[in-house]
Design a binder for this molecule. Sequence first.
Ligand SMILES: [Zn+2]
Length: 273
Amino acid sequence: MSQTDRTPPPPDPLPVAVLDAHTHLDMLGGDPLAAIAAAGAVGVTRLVQVGVDVDSSRWSAALAAAQPAVLATVAVHPNEAPRLADLDEALRAIEGLARQPRVRGVGETGLDTFRTGEAGRAAQERSFRAHIQIAKDTGKALVIHDRDAHADILRVLDGEGAPDTVVLHCFSGDESFAVECVKRGYVLSFAGTVTFKNAQNLRDAVQVTPVEQILVETDAPYLTPMPYRGRPNAPHLIPLTVRALAHTKGVDLDELCAGISATGERVFGSWAG
Ligand SMILES: [Zn+2]
């Protein structure tokens, strides 16, 4: 079976339209336009397509320019940065793309001490600092990848001075890290991982995060929510994660959807414009 054949079926539609704040349509293995349509059919009417290197960032920017339901972010991924022969050249290309009108974020950038070893750390942090500067120069949101690096993420952001808008993609911290991020005005984007049985730390983080600072994402094709963990993810599965968030926070589903939608437009700007 192909990857798309194994993609789980659509859940019940949401009562109020939301967005998928972080997705990789280029990695799904099927027709991106079909994935966008399937998402729209369950109330996921807007998507943020995320680049991870120069090529995928170009692809993301072009898709956003052509599709009203899509905005893009552009970056060199923190695990990619140490592998590049010429990081500066890549950063210049990212900066150019970041100035495009339907590119609304710089990311995913950040730190990953899980997959990048000691030897790559300096290049990774240099790349992160450069992306922070690009976000500030272009006035776009900074979209952060943080894997096993919570304290270092805050150290670098506090040191550089954070851009006006910061999103922690696939928030993976606990309650105390969430409190630190909320205090700084950052937006926490929760993925399918909040539905995992062993993820009480994430549900504790959700509890202390105001609705105005919550986004929801798939990170498709990764991090498929329960009950489909292990199968390929897609933007049309967002309703599973939104329902889990509403249950965890004890808030009305309509209210949470409206809040997430408003936060998405505050962070990335209007999809219509
Ligand atoms: Zn991602």
